[in-house]
Design a protein around this ligand. Structure first.
Ligand code: GN1
Ligand code: MG
Length: 354
């Protein structure tokens, strides 16, 4: 713990720091809150530099995006800018991160009286859709290029190739498990229809836009009255299909179970959340969304549980090197849950047109 204090001291006056405590439940970075006078004042985060290998690009992307949004909100006359957009503190090095013993750290302001949820009501889903749509809309005129921080992040053809590589290597012998083989077969059988987005892109029909790319429900802050305050977790902001933001939100929000629910009976696709979120998203994106993007949103809702099942299974086959796990079979349990969600989503959305 002592070490965390020393790290935080590169960003804030160490005499004011009372305590540093864990915060949130992300699967990639380690996050803490820094307490000053009994209340959380800053967020300290260790950036996982195995996942985000170019931290300079990472922070530069985030600063570009937050500055752009801040300027636009200012023009719109928003009063509470520091509650509406993330703000990163410069370290004593002048950059917004430091490196110590090969580990990367950053600090941002903690937004007081804000709440995150893992479950949303249809009303919140509407505002979430509107907010993620607005977020993309605000970034459509960004002039500074945003780097592809994790190349091919949401490219399903690439994710399937990673799965095939993991299978060929089978470095910890998981391919002996009959259940793993069954998932591999099911994933392969659906691969062709799930690669639709990449085909449309190659045909020049589908654009990439600056997207958030990690629109889990808990990456949005709400105020005490339930209004959306701020979009957080901006690490994966990069060029992608709008399918990323639309599909990944529904993957978490429309799932009636947990992402890693061991009880598959809990997992269904909530159509009310789907309808409310879609309405909000179409409202937020109406200034730029093309018919090809809109028509394929139901496909996007099925793509993300599918892709997440592929990613969790790949990590399981690789011996759990990417996602934090809480128990040995966690990535397999996650695969089961995401696969069930994929099936439920396809069933619920069969024949749905927007
Ligand atoms: C990771 O770190 P977190 O929990 O916000 C992952 C997402 C996955 C998600 C699954 C950089 O996000 O892509 O959808 O876990 N982020 C990265 O819960 O891989
Ligand atoms: Mg997160």
């Amino acid at each position: 713990m002592n070490n965390l204090f020393q790290i935080a001291a590169h960003f804030v006056d160490s005499k004011t720091i009372e305590d540093i405590q864990p915060l949130g439940n992300g699967l990639i970075n380690d996050t803490y809150k820094i307490l000053v006078n009994g209340i959380p004042k800053y967020v300290l985060q260790r950036i996982n530099n195995t996942v985000f290998t170019d931290v300079d690009m990472l922070q530069s992307n985030i600063e570009t995006v937050t500055n752009h949004i801040r300027q636009k909100y200012e023009l719109l006359g928003f009063q509470d800018l520091d509650r509406r957009v993330l703000h990163f503190l410069p370290a004593d090095t002048g950059k917004t991160f430091i490196v110590e013993e090969g580990k990367y750290w950053r600090v941002m302001d903690f937004i007081a009286d804000s709440y995150t949820y893992d479950v949303v009501t249809p009303e919140y889903a509407f505002y979430a859709g509107k907010s993620f749509g607005d977020f993309e809309s605000l970034l459509t005129d960004l002039k500074t290029p945003i780097g592809e921080i994790i190349p091919n992040f949401h490219n399903i053809e690439f994710r399937l190739k990673q799965m095939e590589d993991a299978i060929a290597e089978d470095r910890v012998g998981q391919m002996r498990e009959v259940e793993v083989q069954k998932f591999v077969e099911q994933i392969r059988a659906a691969a062709d229809r799930m690669c639709l987005g990449e085909r449309l892109y190659r045909e020049g029909k589908l654009p990439k836009r600056i997207c958030h790319c990690d629109t889990k429900v808990n990456n949005m802050l709400f105020d005490v009255e339930g209004n959306v305050l701020c979009i957080i977790d901006l690490d994966t902001v990069m060029p992608s299909f709008v399918f990323s933001d639309y599909g990944d939100f529904l993957r978490s929000a429309a799932n009636t179970g947990a992402e890693d629910d061991p009880d598959l009976g809990n997992i269904h696709f909530n159509m009310e959340i789907f309808e409310a979120f879609t309405e909000g998203y179409l409202e937020g994106t109406k200034s730029f969304l093309l018919p090809i993007e809109k028509d394929n949103l139901p496909y996007a809702a099925t793509l993300f549980p599918y892709m997440q099942a592929v990613r969790f299974l790949t990590d399981y086959i690789n011996g759990n090197t990417y996602y934090k796990i809480r128990y040995a079979h966690h990535n397999l349990v996650r695969t089961r849950a995401q696969w069930r969600l994929f099936e439920e989503t396809e069933k619920s959305l069969a024949g749905i047109r927007l």
